[in-house]
Design a protein around this ligand. Structure first.
Ligand SMILES: O=C(O)[C@@H](CO)OP(=O)(O)O
Ligand SMILES: [Mg+2]
Length: 421
């Protein structure tokens, strides 16, 4: 059974927004193979590892021709003969080969493709499911899904400043029950939006949530609360928001709900909505450079809800460490393509666990049908996943994979129900 890499090949495929993305296939001498197609964000953090794009006018510059070439011409010869079952070695070779702090030479998209495809090839060679290969025999925690069912910000063509309005099924015994409860709320929300705003209100945003013509944050929160009540799930399904606040910040002010707020006013706004609605998590509440305000909000609300850093920490150990030192936030969003290799993503998760930060494995707004993040969340036993609405194939692929894993684990599967929730 040889784990030595025999071949690495990349090609261009399309993501869920129709943009080209990199798909990498790794083949091992022993016959095992793995394939991964890389996701892509729209509201990216400034400090994320670089996603290599090209093509000029053609495809509005969204091509990945160079990234594919980098895999086939630079990464391929360096990985051939390497033992794919030693993931830190594979990733170290990729990191050295790139040689830049933000993966700007080869592109995080080409590097990540090779990194994850190697892990998948190795798990195939070993004949064990990916979550077990990555996490070992004790991987058994199915994550609470944070399901984004009203889309705003950069993910939708409406006037909502806040990017994601999520439902969080918190009091269920199994992942399947939690998922199906979320689906009931999603369907009820569709009916409610049609009643209130008409049929055009149920068009979908990038992550499969509805993109109704709403203007104010509380209009969305209220619609979610009403939908939850209408299906009788109050107390069992709660709410979360991803503000992605860098996108509504300009010249020292936050432009939200028709007002221009100072950070102090925004803090009061968050305190009020947490009092009035069943919110259990707020992600990126301030712009990505303002760690102080995140610390301030953590002091006020950190004992009650999750305060999640996405653009703040960009899945990077270095920035998470700064957050920990500043007592900013109490959870980190983990997106493998923000950092570029699997080994680095796992290191970030380990650092988070060591300091009591929660880890939420996350999709990107531009996704593919690859359900890698589902296996990854179970491998980490982290207890949370953010994977969009239970609609649109590329989101559903993640939920369906989790259903499969839960069934496969049978009686040892455990579904996370965490204390602060
Ligand atoms: O901000 C986010 O958390 C993500 C995923 O929901 O969006 P994007 O992939 O566009 O960065
Ligand atoms: Mg985010």
């Amino acid at each position: 059974m040889s784990f030595r890499i025999e071949d690495v090949r990349a090609r261009e495929v399309l993501d869920s927004r129709g943009n080209p993305t990199v798909e990498v296939t790794v083949k091992l001498e022993g016959g095992g193979s793995g394939r991964f197609s890389v996701p892509s964000g729209a509201s990216k953090g400034k400090r994320e590892a670089l996603e290599l794009r090209d093509g000029g006018k053609w495809l509005r510059g969204m091509g990945v021709i160079k990234a594919v070439r980098n895999v086939n011409e630079i990464i391929r010869p360096s990985l051939i003969g390497v033992d794919a079952s030693i993931q830190p070695l594979v990733d170290d070779i990729l990191i050295q080969l790139d040689g830049t702090p933000n993966k700007s030479r080869l592109g995080a998209n080409s590097i990540l493709g090779a990194s994850v495809a190697s892990a998948k090839a190795s798990s195939d060679q070993m004949g064990v499911p990916l979550y077990k290969y990555l996490g070992g025999a004790f991987s058994r925690v199915l994550p609470i899904p944070l399901m984004n069912i009203i889309n705003g910000g950069k993910h939708a063509g409406n006037e909502l400043a806040i990017q994601e309005f999520m439902i969080v099924p918190v009091k269920f015994k199994t992942f399947k029950d939690a998922l199906f409860a979320g689906v009931s709320v999603y369907m009820e929300l569709k009916a409610l939006l049609e009643e209130r705003y008409g049929r055009h209100a149920v068009n979908l945003g990038d992550e499969g949530g509805f993109a109704p013509p709403m203007k104010r944050t509380e209009e969305a929160l209220e619609a979610l609360v009403s939908s939850i009540e209408r299906v009788g799930l109050e107390g069992e399904v709660k709410l979360a928001i991803d503000c992605a606040a860098s996108n509504f910040y300009a010249d020292g002010k936050y432009n939200i709900d028709g007002a221009s707020l100072t950070k102090e006013e925004l803090i009061s706004f968050y305190e009020r909505i947490v009092d009035e609605y069943p919110i259990v998590a707020i992600e990126d509440p301030f712009h990505e450079e303002d760690l102080d305000s995140l610390s301030e909000l953590t002091k006020k609300l950190g004992h009650r809800i999750l305060l999640v850093g996405d653009d703040y920490f960009v899945s990077n150990e270095r920035y998470l460490r700064k957050g920990i030192e500043a007592k900013a936030g109490n959870a980190v969003l983990l997106k493998v393509n923000q950092i570029g290799t699997l080994t680095e993503a796992v290191r970030t998760a380990s650092l988070a666990f060591r300091y009591g930060y929660r880890v939420i494995v996350s999709h990107r707004s531009g996704e593919t049908n690859d359900p890698f993040i589902s296996d990854f969340s179970v491998a980490l036993n982290c207890g949370y996943i953010k994977a969009g609405a239970p609609a649109r194939g590329e989101r559903v692929a993640k939920y369906n994979r989790l259903l499969e894993i839960e069934e496969e684990l049978g009686s040892v599967a455990s579904f996370s129900q965490l204390d602060t929730l």
